[in-house]
Write a protein that binds this ligand. Sequence first.
Ligand code: AMP
Length: 214
Amino acid sequence: MRKYVIMGVQGSGKSTQAVTLAAGLDLTHISVGDIFRWNVQNHTKMGAQVRRVMAAGELVGDDLAEKVTAQRLAEHDWNYGFVIDGFPRNRRQAEFFLESYDIDGVVHLDLPDEEVRRRVLARRLCSSCGMDYNLLAARPRDEGVCDVCGGTLVTREDDTEEALAVRLRDYHSKTDPVLELFRRKEYVVAVDARPGKEEVQRQIRARLNLPSFA
Ligand code: AMP
């Protein structure tokens, strides 16, 4: 059983790395942001509650974020463990998390703010199937059109300059203390998020003493 937390500012590639890590080790990938996005896209009551907060780049309230995380983890579909991405985001959430789960490691994907801006503003998402693109690295074959389903590519509602500035400020003020807390418990491995995604994955596995990434 392995339980990992992956942390990094938006645009650091944390979801990509979490998915790859989980797939390679038979772990369940749990993304709190994906759960909120699913609710927004499917117009649920929770979706209506969080939509504006998310679009502004702010954090959803702790009570709701903790409830969603606890419910997701209570599904216990993670026989071999999990990689959680997007939680905890502040000190209170970290304490909540540590009360219930022991952690094997925290991966901190380190990326300078300037690089974050460059990457985030190039992100696109298929409005039909949800496939991710990036105009810097993973360009669609035809501009504005999804390679997989032909759907229209759009910018995520929270990928604007304004929302990004809010997120970066929030990230440093709220998430840095979480890293500090985890660091004191010696859980954290810091990985430079600037190289290509395969190299970053190799580094993550090496630092966590896991079987290497082919
Ligand atoms: P992410 O995909 O992890 O960047 O999350 C997208 C958005 O979902 C964030 O900007 C927040 O509005 C919300 N969110 C995700 N995880 C949390 C969390 N742990 N606490 C509060 N809000 C969250």
